[in-house]
Design a protein around this ligand. Structure first.
Ligand SMILES: [Zn+2]
Length: 430
């Protein structure tokens, strides 16, 4: 019997929002929950002990990065991700699909495809898709003279390692093996990421490919689970693609929910993936969650700003991961309930108040804006530590507050109050 499961608890009366509990071999997650991202099995500049102290319930690491360094076999030998990184709680790994296709840069901005002249070929699936970097930074360097980085075909994806420039290949089976070796409680199927600029014909082709890959992931997952009985059960989530097309999103869910492995098992939960524009994030999550079974958890892959959490939760998502709190913190951009500000600006030089009045994090209860300003100006690495602790706590607490508001039936009031204050000045740094 596996130790994974989900218990829906309370529903919002007016929408699909809900609370629940995800059970994993490394502990429970009360949902909705925010899952901070420790890409390389570490939250940059912050120890796992501090992440636990600030209320993080689970962490998400990245299969692509850990495959390249240190190697998933080493994490396996260490006893799995949780033991390797000294995080006793639940962990997630993503499949590596996003990273092999975007190589860690902003997908929408740096990737263009050689599809303009190949849509008819793409539609019949005969010709592999090739992705080139156009304006990427690190991507540009490793692209070499040709600029060719990634080749997607029906079997998998061939890409160039951003570390050593060597060619590597991911298939659904390879992603499953890597994620089993990493040993996270929750894993995701290897899928193809499309961009919003891909034509509809390509979205259809890609979706069929992602569904076929999901079946292969499920089969390989069941095989590896049977082989690795010395390890705690790992849950596998199918990933819903389909861009901004309602019919494709709904079909994607129905197809995934119907998939079965040879032993009759299906997915333990579902991820909602793909390039989502802020304006239609809630709508797309809503379509998907209407089709998904209520007794399985739903994870929204990648999210960015505080209002996104309200939209996603209101429409039925249970967990979320996001690199933004840590990433913007390292650029001195800090969240407050009155919006985001940059502590590097001169106005903070003699500000001896906390980053955010009312914040209960370690940074706000021990340090001032003036001190953080000084650390950033002098390029001291503790600036990153203190800023990241605050931003991660801010988002963890926001989602905790939203969870409490669903349980206490005041979600709409919290949403209006929070968004009214957060966006009142529109002073955020974008
Ligand atoms: Zn704080």
């Amino acid at each position: 019997m596996n130790a994974f499961g989900f218990e829906p608890q309370q529903d919002l009366a007016t929408s699909q929002g809900r609370t629940g509990i995800i059970h994993t071999p490394h502990g429970d997650i009360a949902t909705p929950a925010f899952t901070p991202v420790g890409t390389k099995a570490t939250i940059k500049a912050v120890l796992p002990e501090a992440m636990a102290e600030l209320g993080a319930q689970a962490l998400l690491a990245n299969a692509y990065h850990l495959f390249l360094q240190p190697g998933s076999d080493i994490v396996d030998e260490a006893g799995g991700l949780s033991r390797f990184m000294n995080w006793p709680g639940p962990t997630f790994t993503d499949s590596g699909g996003f990273q092999v296709m975007s190589l860690g840069s902003g997908h929408k901005k740096v990737i263009s495809m050689s599809l303009a002249d190949s849509a008819p070929d793409a539609a019949d699936g005969a010709r592999p898709r090739e992705i080139y970097s156009t304006v990427g930074k690190s991507v540009g360097k490793s692209a070499g003279k040709s600029g060719k980085l990634v080749q997607v075909d029906d079997d998998g994806v061939t890409f160039t390692s951003h570390l050593d420039g060597g060619r590597r290949r991911f298939t659904p089976e390879v992603s499953m093996r890597i994620q089993h070796e990493l040993g996270a409680d929750i894993m995701f199927c290897f899928d193809e990421l499309t961009t919003l600029s891909d034509p509809r014909a390509y979205q259809e082709l890609s979706l069929a490919r992602t569904t076929a890959w999901a079946q292969r992931c499920l089969d390989e997952h069941v095989r590896l689970t049977g082989e690795r009985t010395h390890r705690p059960y790992q849950a596998l989530f199918g990933v819903v693609q389909g861009a901004h097309y309602e019919d494709l999103r709904r079909k994607a869910v129905r197809d995934l929910v119907a998939l079965r492995a040879t032993d009759g098992s299906g997915f333990d939960g579902y991820g909602i993936g793909g390039a989502l524009e802020k304006e239609n994030l809630g709508t797309i999550v809503g379509w998907v969650c209407e089709e998904l079974p209520a007794d399985k958890p739903r994870h929204l892959l990648g999210i960015s700003e505080p209002d996104d959490f309200f939209a996603a939760i209101e429409n039925g998502a249970d967990t979320f991961d996001c690199v933004s709190p840590a990433r913007v913190a390292r650029n001195a951009a800090l969240y407050t309930r009155s919006g985001r500000f940059n502590v590097n600006t001169a106005a903070n030089r003699r500000n001896f108040g906390p980053v955010d009045e009312g914040c209960d994090c370690y940074t706000c209860t021990h340090y001032t804006r003036a001190y953080l300003h000084h650390l950033f100006k002098s390029k001291e690495i503790n600036a990153n530590t203190l800023a990241t602790i605050h931003n991660e706590r801010f988002i963890v607490r926001l989602v905790d507050d939203i969870r409490a508001s669903i349980a206490g039936d005041y979600f709409a009031d919290l949403k209006a109050d929070f968004l009214g204050r957060y966006y009142a000045t529109r002073s955020s740094l974008g």
